[in-house]
Design a protein around this ligand. Structure first.
Ligand SMILES: CCCCCCCC/C=C\CCCCCCCCCC(=O)SCCNC(=O)CCNC(=O)[C@H](O)C(C)(C)COP(=O)(O)OP(=O)(O)OC[C@H]1O[C@@H](n2cnc3c(N)ncnc32)[C@H](O)[C@@H]1OP(=O)(O)O
Ligand SMILES: Cc1cc2nc3c(=O)[nH]c(=O)nc-3n(C[C@H](O)[C@H](O)[C@H](O)COP(=O)(O)OP(=O)(O)OC[C@H]3O[C@@H](n4cnc5c(N)ncnc54)[C@H](O)[C@@H]3O)c2cc1C
Length: 664
């Protein structure tokens, strides 16, 4: 019957043990935030002007065209509705472009943030009103064909000409072509260009410049600028990632973004308090993508896979007793519930990261830069750690849907390919772990000198107990302590290895490379510890805020499951030096099994609490009503191949071939 919920899924919803609304509020942060999210989501979802036709059956060029059309419609609506708050804008946009790029993604997420973070007040008053009203549309052009990671190796030059008070932007080599910037290929007319600043023959390193790249009249490239799209990619079809070459393009001196460092008209260079303030936009995006790319994408895939697993029946448990829901197989639970728990864990750590980012950033605005290293170390570690685990988890969710997981009808491929580049962009993950490790090693040395370390690295000030106190009745406090101990030892081990190589006469830069395996392990352990601790803190806050006990109960189980799963996956680390005994490992294993069993009745409730609308999931398998089989054929019939019964290639190739063959 149309309109009703699949009875197997309904049965799951009928037995949920917790108050779902209170859990949704905890996920959003507060009841007010839930209300706001629903308001802006519904504004987008209920607007008949946004037909949410899936991109599944479109060519790349059609996808790009559809995205442009939808983007412009959205911008007009935003103006009409008067939405101005960045969070509201983000919610509204992500319900019109679920797991998709808009044509102005880079404008909103990097161009405007760079103007806010890198332009002087005078420059902001010139450029921001234009950017906010889309009189100019920009991108962030840093990466080149030859260099993405090593920003100091960028080759694009910005040479100051004192006579005309202009910078000359130039691409001196083939490898200096800007390559990858989002929305550069076709959509934008301005770019923040990162280029080597050269004044009076001296190179001061990479700095940001604002450059007009296309005409505001006819959208043709500006003189001296060569532009195009970089071609098809693993995903991101609707995004026109582009290339750009400069041939001695002149821009006024005022187009260098001068909040942190300046070039005076006579060519005098005034340097920033910290040269890495120039990298501020990257720190911002790393901080926000923990939630918006890692946590939410994994949560969506877990929603699809768990709902589908309660609809899908296969094989037998008890011979002759009929086919159970695949969710009832313990092995299926062992694959999916850790992904669910991870999504929750990442949402909670993202809330903490966001708070830290905004608090440190307002200090930076007041000229206080002491906490910049911690912000960089933490955001680098968490960006890498959460995106790494999220993409692995999404693939587990896909496989858990069996064959149908491979079809676009599952919705998972679209979510996956949209999130996947998160492991590469905004700092390739290994490189980010190594940046975090660099900070951690410094902290070890500071702790040795007796300095008190800040926030997330304060754990390095106190040596953990040599043995874990985990008992049969595993609790969150002991689990957090176990992760703290692992991070402490791995960070110290990496630092020890580094010192040993240097003491043995190795140059520090070679020692760094030699010890990279240990350093990456240390940074991963730090990220893992921060996530587990954030889960525990969230439980504490919710308890203090009198959130219903049923919600605390189910979240505690999820938190434990997350931590227990991580120990089982990395048991070598935890068991080294006998920190965790064999017996304690069996407590961990039993605790894990207990958590799987206990969470089973609430699995659907736990994913429903995320409140992903069907239009966002774009998944036949993960539909809220669970009517999977009734909709798969209808979905497949949308494919171009099903528009005709006999494809033209039959007449062109197969028929003549068969006719010919039958004559032989
Ligand atoms: C409520 C808000 C709503 C928000 C709505 C927004 C929603 C957005 C949602 C989702 C966003 C996703 C979509 C966005 C699309 C993004 C598309 C991708 C765009 C890009 O990829 S842009 C290009 C990004 N590129 C990179 O990230 C390059 C990575 N490389 C580097 O960062 C650096 O080169 C390096 C860090 C690896 C090395 O730099 P280098 O200069 O060589 O420095 P070192 O010698 O190694 O170190 C020197 C010293 O500096 C410290 N340091 C390095 N970086 C920083 C930093 N950023 N901040 C502070 N300090 C830094 C380093 O630790 C060293 O310190 P030390 O000397 O040891 O003390
Ligand atoms: C979808 C997508 C969108 C993008 N959007 C933008 C954009 O809008 N603007 C922009 O400017 N850029 C953008 N980029 C570029 C992106 O930021 C870079 O690709 C990224 O920073 C990685 O740099 P790379 O490609 O040079 O990788 P490489 O550095 O060449 O990495 C190759 C390998 O070398 C390793 N490696 C490199 N350096 C080290 C090191 N020091 N130590 C150990 N290992 C190392 C890496 O770990 C990796 O395994 C985008 C990229 C993608 C995929």
């Amino acid at each position: 019957m149309a309109g009703t919920v699949n009875p197997d899924l309904q049965a799951e919803r009928d037995r949920i043990s917790f108050e779902q609304e209170a859990l949704t509020n905890a996920i959003d942060g507060t009841p007010e935030k839930t209300e706001k999210r629903r308001k802006y989501a519904n504004l987008a979802l209920n607007d008949p002007d946004f037909d949410m036709t899936s991109y599944n059956f479109l060519s790349r060029s059609e996808k790009y065209g559809a995205a442009v059309e939808k983007t412009v419609k959205m911008i007009k609506k935003i103006g009409k509705l008067g939405i101005t708050d960045p969070t509201d804008l983000y919610i509204y946009r992500s319900h019109i472009f679920p797991n998709e790029s808009t044509s102005f993604t880079l404008h909103a997420d990097m161009f405007i943030p760079t103007l806010m973070g890198q332009a002087s007040p005078k420059q902001q008053s010139k450029w921001l009103p234009k950017a906010l009203t889309l009189q100019i549309i920009g991108t962030y052009a840093q990466t080149e064909l030859g260099h993405g990671t090593f920003i100091r190796g960028l080759e694009t030059t910005a040479t100051y000409d004192e006579k005309t008070e202009e910078f000359v932007i130039h691409s001196p080599t083939r490898t200096s072509l800007k390559w990858w910037p989002g929305n550069l290929g076709k959509s934008t007319n301005h770019a923040i260009v990162m280029a080597q600043l050269i004044v009076k023959g001296q190179n001061y390193g990479p700095h940001p410049f604002i450059v007009q790249i296309r005409s505001l009249e006819n959208h043709m490239p500006q003189p001296g600028v060569t532009l195009g799209d970089i071609g098809p990619k693993f995903g991101y079809d609707a995004n026109d990632n582009g290339f750009m070459q400069f041939d001695h393009v002149r821009i006024p001196r005022e187009n260098m973004l001068m909040k942190h460092s300046r070039v005076e008209p006579d060519g005098t260079y005034i340097k920033a308090k910290n040269s890495k303030l120039t990298y501020g936009t990257m720190v911002f995006v790393r901080s926000v993508l923990i939630r918006d790319v890692a946590a939410l994408s994994l949560a969506q895939c877990a929603t699809i896979a768990i709902r589908y697993s309660c609809v899908r029946r296969q094989s037998e448990i008890k011979p002759g007793a009929g086919e159970p829901k695949v969710m009832d197989y313990r092995a299926q639970q062992a694959k999916l519930f850790p992904q669910l728990a991870t999504a929750y864990a990442f949402l909670f750590v993202a809330q903490e990261m966001e708070n830290i980012y905004f608090s440190v950033n307002s200090e930076i605005d007041r000229g206080e830069i002491d906490r910049l290293p911690e912000l960089h170390g933490l955001s680098s570690a968490l960006k890498a750690f959460t995106t790494d685990w999220a993409v692995v988890g999404m693939e587990i969710c896909r496989r858990s849907c069996g064959g149908h997981g491979f079809s676009h009808c599952s919705g998972i491929p679209k979510i996956y390919v949209n999130a996947l580049p998160g492991v590469t962009y905004e700092g390739e993950n290994t490189v980010m772990y190594l940046q975090a490790a660099r900070y951690l090693v410094k902290c070890v040395n500071m702790a040795k000198r007796g300095d008190q370390l800040p926030g997330s690295v304060a754990f390095l000030n106190k040596k953990p107990a040599p043995k874990s106190s985990i008992t049969e009745d595993v609790n969150m406090v002991d689990l957090v302590e176990a992760y703290r101990a692992r991070a402490y030892y791995l960070v110290h081990m990496a630092s020890f290895e580094l010192d040993r190589e240097i003491k043995n006469g190795m140059a520090s830069y070679d020692a760094w490379n030699e010890c990279a395996v240990a350093l990456v392990m240390a940074a991963k352990a730090y990220g893992h510890y921060v996530v587990v601790e954030a889960f525990a803190k969230k439980l504490e806050t919710l308890t203090n805020n009198q959130v219903p006990a049923s919600v605390i109960g189910v979240l505690t189980l999820l938190g434990k499951l997350y931590a227990l799963h991580g120990i089982l996956e990395n048991s070598g680390d935890f068991m080294s030096e006998n920190y965790l005994s064999k017996q304690q490992k069996s407590f961990i294993y039993n605790g894990f099994l207990y958590a799987l069993k206990s969470l089973r009745p609430d699995a659907v409730g736990l994913v429903d609490a995320f409140e992903f609308p069907d239009k966002v999931l774009d998944s036949v398998l993960g539909r809220y009503d669970g009517r999977v089989y009734e909709n798969m054929l209808e979905w497949a019939m949308k494919d171009e191949l099903n528009k005709t019964q006999v494809h033209e290639s039959y007449f062109k190739h197969i028929r003549p071939f068969v006719k010919q063959a039958s004559k032989l």
